[in-house]
Design a protein around this ligand. Structure first.
Ligand SMILES: Nc1ncnc2c1ncn2[C@@H]1O[C@H](COP(=O)(O)OP(=O)(O)O)[C@@H](O)[C@H]1O
Ligand SMILES: [Mg+2]
Length: 266
């Protein structure tokens, strides 16, 4: 039997981002295939977050193209030409979890309010009722439904990142971007969140872009790796390809970074 060709969900071509006279992303092209997790690695300041935000059009690229291939339609969408109303509607398909679990949650909102927001914004009524769906979501990320009436400050960093993940997956996105989701957490807490992400990948066959400066984490979670340096992707391939053919000393340097979390992973 011939394996079906991998289908592309999101494709970026030659994305460039300038801030004034300085170019921080120099023509990044990448493809994200359905069901895969692509790791985007690189040292701090190499442009990973800028690329992630451009992929979801949270910031506008200076130039380049961005194409989304929704699962329910054979027509592709040119994201950079999409009217803002259509882009807002499409946001439910493209979710992101940021590095800082504290900044991402409104301190004045209860967890029920935080997790209901995506349903309200996109006018979606879960079949089983909102509260039942929110309890289910919390269970999916390893939290008890008693969390619903509590506020963000009542939770630890790891628990807050679980709430961020619950909000990101609430409407079953087609693409989930995780931008250094455990960099702000202690190693052991971070390892638990990494294991949660892996469980979700397996359960839902999520398509993920996982951003990290830690090669061991990328090795653990990702099917393919893209290495960024100074605003460019300098290498793309399987973990093995990237390790066998490291660009200069750069990939080796990343490989040596933060190996300690690897031992806490199950
Ligand atoms: N809003 C901005 N204005 C000017 N420069 C920025 C802005 N955002 C990011 N940069 C610069 O772009 C480069 C890449 O940043 P970033 O994408 O955050 O890197 P990474 O996520 O890999 O650490 C850095 O040099 C950063 O200072
Ligand atoms: Mg970043």
């Amino acid at each position: 039997m011939i394996a079906p060709a991998a289908t592309v969900v999101l494709e970026a071509q030659n994305l460039i981002k300038d801030y004034g006279a300085s170019r921080v992303v120099h023509g990044v092209s990448l493809q994200l295939f359905r069901g895969e997790t692509l790791g985007l690695v690189g040292e701090s300041g190499s442009g990973k977050s800028t690329v992630a935000r451009m992929l979801l059009r949270l910031i506008e690229p200076t130039s380049g193209s961005l194409t989304f291939y929704p699962s329910e339609s054979s027509a592709s969408l040119n994201l950079l030409q999409l009217p803002s109303r259509d882009m807002r509607r499409l946001r439910r398909k493209l979710a992101i979890v940021f590095q800082d679990p504290y900044a991402a949650l409104n301190p004045r909102m209860t967890v029920r309010q935080i997790l209901s927001e995506p349903f309200a914004i996109h006018r979606e009524n879960p079949q089983q009722g909102v509260d039942a769906r929110l309890a289910e979501l919390l269970a999916e990320v390893g939290l008890d439904s008693s969390a619903l009436i509590r506020y963000p400050h009542e939770f630890s960093g790891g628990q807050r990142q679980r709430i961020n993940i619950a909000r990101a997956i609430a409407l079953r996105p087609e693409v989930l971007v995780l931008d250094e989701p455990v960099s702000a957490l202690d190693v052991s807490v971070g390892a638990q969140v990494i294991n949660l992400i892996r469980d979700l990948q397996r359960r839902y066959g999520l398509t993920c872009l996982f951003i990290s400066h830690s090669m061991p984490l990328v090795r653990y979670l990702c099917d393919r790796v893209a290495v960024m340096q100074h605003g460019r992707i300098v290498e793309t391939g399987s973990w093995q390809q990237v390790c066998e053919n490291p660009v200069e000393a750069y990939t080796q340097q990343l490989l040596a970074a933060t190996p300690e979390m690897a031992v806490s992973l199950k």
